[in-house]
Design a binder for this molecule. Sequence first.
Ligand SMILES: [Zn+2]
Length: 239
Amino acid sequence: MTVTDEVRTTVATLRRTVADLHQELTRYQLVVWTAGNVSARVPGQQLLVIKPSGVSYDELDADAMLLCDFDGNLVEGSRLPSSDTAAHAYVYRHMPHVGGVVHTHSTYACAWSARAEPIPCVLTMMADEFGGDIPVGPFAMIGDDSIGRGIVETLSSSRSSAVLMQNHGPFTIGKDSREAVKAAVMLEDVARSVHIARQLGEPVRIDPHHVDALFDRYQNVYGQGTAPVASPGSPGGVA
Ligand SMILES: [Zn+2]
């Protein structure tokens, strides 16, 4: 496969972005040793940027990142790609809106994966970020398409950007790799909070219509977008 100069510039930027985002996984204590991985789709190409397999997080700079095609083959780089590359590639092939994929073995999310139990939507931040329960994906062996297939099948029937693969751990998606890392960080936080809540009793579910309203507001209004301008006589905009 030939890579044009324009694509090469985009790939260089993505190499830096994906390398930096791997440091977020250690900063938020979502990974140990060499576990976990972040990838980014190269827009408009059947290509993705991902980390090499079995390399210390201290060594994961932009130059260490690899360019692979959507069959998981190495296109640029000198090391073996992450063992989860096929799963990431499968997601990009089948979910065109996804620009970033993250996988970790973060402790509390894995505890729910180990029980094959969805995390119930009992916190407003879950409704905001995930739009409902965090679903469980099927048990799948590493090494072929089965993890990717399980992720896509589960997330295609959910608003959630996170799936707990049974007996394994979480995969998260986003419109870009930064959003997918954010989902991985938020997921571990809610997995921990709901786990702790359960030690003291049964957490209270949020009514579905409130979940819908929270999700809609957070996804469409919240943040540093264009501030609504109050019209004369109106009570003002949102906080
Ligand atoms: Zn894994």
